[in-house]
Design a protein around this ligand. Structure first.
Ligand code: B1M
Length: 210
């Protein structure tokens, strides 16, 4: 019988081959795909906590995320067939004028790890593009990343454009090295996360607030 504890362990240590093999075994045995996904999500939670505690760094986090990505690729057709979709959708991007994407990619991975569907708009994303994508995908969350003091000011325009577009109760979460909670409050964002691991809890809290 497929060992889900071993699957969790494989994702934690970034052992792609084992993660994929155990996921295949579990799928072949007809295990509920949600249970299989939960084992991987639990692994990413552990990774997030270790990252926050500075027990691991960006490379280890990327290795785990890659293992999860490959294993979820095996699971995805089963989830689709069973009509199981993530409950929430996020669009994420780096602000206009800014090409830094390593931190944004980590947040996207952690959100995917937390079973949020993520539409990644890449870098240099205009306020109009954020709004258009949020509308197109019926997003519940918008994530904006900025690494430059010169570009972070543009986050204010994205928040304003989202509010003006009247997209329901959509939540805006911001982050990036120069960004602070104070700045998030000033521009009316719904949340600020200092790192990719806490971005999961901040997103969950914002979504819970409705
Ligand atoms: Co640039 N760069 N860079 N750079 N770069 C910085 C940011 C800088 C601090 C370097 C320095 O001068 N010491 C400086 C900014 C100064 C400032 O404005 N305060 C700088 C500059 C000036 C520039 C250029 C202007 C340089 C030039 O051309 N003269 C230029 C700008 C280009 C542009 O964007 N238009 C430039 C270019 C580049 C590269 C293209 C060469 C490359 C980017 C490659 C890429 O991303 N694909 C690059 C890099 C790599 C860096 C440094 C070295 C590393 C950034 C990084 O990836 N960190 C950086 C210096 C440094 O930080 N030591 C620097 C690792 C990453 C995991 O951390 O992105 O902070 P970070 O993400 C964290 C959190 O911030 C948070 O979670 C992540 C994980 O915990 N987070 C979020 C991020 N986004 C979030 C979103 C959230 C929540 C949390 O919610 C949605």
């Amino acid at each position: 019988m497929a060992n889900l504890a071993a699957l969790k362990e494989a994702v934690e240590v970034g052992d792609r081959a084992s993660a994929v093999r155990i996921t295949r075994e579990a799928v072949d045995e007809g295990l509920d795909p949600r249970t299989i996904l939960a084992a991987m999500t639990a692994a990413m939670e552990v990774i997030g906590t270790r990252f926050q505690n500075q027990e691991i760094y960006v490379p280890e986090m990327l290795i785990s995320a890659r293992a999860m990505k490959e294993a979820t690729a095996v699971l995805e057709p089963v989830l689709v067939e069973a009509g199981i979709r993530p409950q929430h959708t996020a669009v994420i991007g780096t602000i206009k004028g800014d090409l830094h994407d390593i931190g944004k990619n980590l947040v996207a991975m952690m959100w995917k790890g937390a079973n949020i569907e993520v539409i990644d708009l890449g870098t240099n994303v205009s306020p109009e593009r954020f709004v258009e994508a949020a509308r197109e995908h019926g997003a519940h969350l918008v994530g904006i990343s900025a690494l430059l003091t010169t570009t972070m000011v543009g986050m204010r325009d994205v928040v304003a454009a989202i509010r003006a577009a009247d997209l329901g109760g959509i939540k805006v979460i911001i982050g990036g090295a120069p960004v602070t909670q104070d700045f998030a409050d000033q521009i009316g964002a719904d949340g600020y996360a200092p790192d990719a691991a806490s971005a999961v809890e901040v997103a969950r809290e914002a979504l819970r607030a409705g």
